[in-house]
Design a protein around this ligand. Structure first.
Ligand code: AKB
Length: 315
């Protein structure tokens, strides 16, 4: 991976990944694209072009001109927003992957497409969820993520396109807010801790979901893309996780640094039902064995870093 075109580059992961990849491969070797220009200042001097991933012609034009060797396709509508606009979610999340894969096939490019814990659902074993298991998601976002996983496998097996990817759990970060998913509460709790020393969680006590701190999510992209292909048995949709969290575990951790923090509950039934259909904890041993996945941040290390950085950002 030397020259990279990113889609969805102004979202929660994209803004940080653009700068991270720019530091490693050179900022002139990154082309950040996004449907809107909102948040453009977050990617500093990285080149930006407007791109709606459902427009394959425009994507191809940009590839012809920029000549990347890799496309990182992050453009996606997340789980909670996806339930409000399911048809648009299908178009953006699946057409974006198909357009990426078709162009990669024609131009011999590598591809990174992230999947999600949302790709699991009814019938999936929820504890220590295996790499390969039943996938019957209950959200449109989840349906599109399973489709993306299968499409990436198909393009690798049928056409030899070098596709790779991980299943992201909830990602916690302080630079750009997530775009209306189910795991967002685990980000909001830190913002509200700094602003009001209190948070009302829309996810119920005892609800477990996997999470990852942003620096580990970024490193995963480079590690999987640079991994020795002869060691990859799975290639796409590797389970990765750093911690399985509940609202009360976050509360306990925040209280270590802010003893007067107060957690309460105001449950959102839609997001609660989605959370209950997702794994409690993932088995990420395939990622560990095949390309050395090993997260650096645990809950308390992440909490300390989040609170310190949000204190600087919000005060
Ligand atoms: C969401 O909550 O929708 C996302 C995800 C887990 O993919 N953060």
């Amino acid at each position: 991976m030397k020259r990279i075109l990113m889609t969805g580059a102004l979202g929660q992961i994209g803004t940080e990944l653009a700068l991270y990849l720019g530091d490693i491969y050179g900022r002139e070797n990154i082309l950040a694209t996004n449907r809107s220009e909102k948040n453009i200042e977050a990617i500093e001097d990285i080149r930006f072009e407007k791109l709606d991933v459902t427009d394959g012609d425009r994507m191809y034009e940009l590839v012809k001109e920029f000549k990347p060797d890799t496309i990182v396709n992050l453009a996606a509508i997340l789980s909670a927003r996806g339930e409000q606009i399911p048809q648009t979610t299908w178009k953006i999340n699946v057409d974006g992957v198909i357009n990426t894969l078709e162009i990669a096939r024609q131009e011999n490019l590598k591809v990174f497409v992230p999947s999600s814990i949302a790709a699991f659902g009814e019938g999936t074993p929820l504890d220590n969820t295996p790499q390969t298991t039943i996938q019957r998601p209950s959200t449109m976002y989840g349906v599109t993520k399973v489709s993306g996983e299968i499409l990436c496998d198909y393009y690798f097996k049928r056409f030899g396109v070098d596709t790779r990817g991980v299943r992201y759990p909830g990602i916690i970060s302080y630079k750009t807010l997530p775009g209306n998913g189910t795991t967002d509460y685990a980000v909001h709790i830190y913002y509200e801790a700094i602003k009001h020393k209190a948070y009302a969680s829309y996810i119920a006590e005892g609800t477990q979901m996997d999470m990852l701190y942003m620096p580990d999510a970024l490193k995963a992209v480079v590690d999987i893309m640079e991994a020795d292909p002869s060691k990859l048995i799975h290639r796409n949709a590797f389970n990765i996780t750093a911690m399985s969290l509940t609202p009360e575990l976050l509360d306990e951790s925040i209280k270590k640094y802010m003893p007067d923090f107060k957690l309460s509950y105001d449950i959102d039934p839609v997001r609660q039902a989605i959370a209950e259909s997702w794994p409690n904890s993932l088995d990420d041993s395939c990622a560990r064995e095949e390309w050395g996945w090993k997260p650096e941040y645990d809950l308390d290390k992440m909490t300390k870093d989040m609170l310190e950085n949000l204190e600087k950002k919000l005060k």
